[in-house]
Design a protein around this ligand. Structure first.
Ligand code: SME
Length: 151
């Protein structure tokens, strides 16, 4: 289990230096990529108009646009709810950017008005890779990020 307290402290240090979304999300995805075992993608999608656009990430090149309500990321946005998906093949409309992905967690990020402004997306090649502890740690990580970041 990664040390989510340490990860949040590391994120805070990056945000103290510059909370602009490009360096903040870039280093946030790098922190997660280094700390979480058995993942094949970690990064962000940002709300732009009526769809999500690819943001900073670690992993293979990924889909650039995702419509609201589509796939796991678009569903997290539309429902404003964390999506913890143990088997992506069972998720209706899952968008397979990388056919190796088997499980996934997506956490919404909010702007100051509490609207969803982006999502954190982490994928794994293992079935049921993400636990309730991961959910809790990543929600705290996302809260720190959304509270400090500027878009
Ligand atoms: N699997 C995602 C698409 C994004 S990639 O995994 C990076 C989805 O269904 O939302």
């Amino acid at each position: 289990m990664p040390d989510y307290k340490l990860l949040k402290d590391q994120l805070k240090a990056f945000l103290d230096t510059d909370p602009f979304y490009v360096p903040a999300m870039s280093n946030a995805s790098a922190l997660l990529w280094e700390a979480l075992p058995d993942i094949n993608w970690a990064g962000f999608y940002i709300v732009r108009g009526d769809r999500l656009v690819l943001g900073p990430f670690q992993g293979k090149p990924a889909c650039i646009h995702i419509n609201r309500g589509k796939g796991v990321c678009g569903t997290a946005w539309a429902e404003d709810a964390v999506q913890l998906v143990p088997d992506v093949h069972e998720f209706p409309g899952h968008i397979a950017c990388d056919s190796a992905s088997r499980s996934e967690i997506v956490v919404p990020l909010h702007d100051a008005g509490k609207n969803v402004a982006g999502v954190l997306d982490i994928d794994s090649p293992l079935l049921a890779r993400f636990t309730e502890e991961d959910r809790a740690g990543l929600v705290q990580f996302a809260k720190e990020l959304e509270a400090r970041i500027y878009w």
